[in-house]
Design a protein. Structure first.
Length: 114
């Protein structure tokens, strides 16, 4: 199983980034997909999640700014991040989960400068 994340980078406050995570080795449409982030000295936290039915949930601080979506044909989950803030700076990780199975991708760094 491989989750390949991309799209991180350096952006100014108020800017936008789009993260992508492409999966292989799983039946993608059966899996809930999520984006987590971990800032230095902090615990990893859920940012956004979309289940196999397309239901979405968001961490409170990103509601209205971030949008998670999925393309089952391309086996890819996206995180569109708008109105970025310095406190969004973190390593972002892609996650897939179904039943007892959970997989993580490598992180992608997002840095928002003030």
């Amino acid at each position: 199983v491989q989750l390949q994340a991309s799209g991180g980078g350096l952006v100014q406050t108020g800017g936008s980034l789009r993260l992508s995570c492409t999966a292989s080795g799983i039946i993608f449409r059966f899996y809930a997909m999520g984006w987590y982030r971990q800032a230095p000295g902090k615990q990893r936290e859920l940012v956004a999640r979309i289940d196999s039915a397309g239901n979405r949930q968001y961490e409170d601080s990103v509601k209205g700014r971030f949008t998670i979506s999925r393309d089952n044909g391309d086996k890819t989950v996206y995180l569109q991040m708008n109105s970025l803030r310095p406190e969004d700076t973190a390593v972002y990780y892609c996650n897939s989960a179904s039943g007892r199975n959970m997989y993580w991708g490598q992180g992608t760094q997002v840095t928002v400068s003030s």
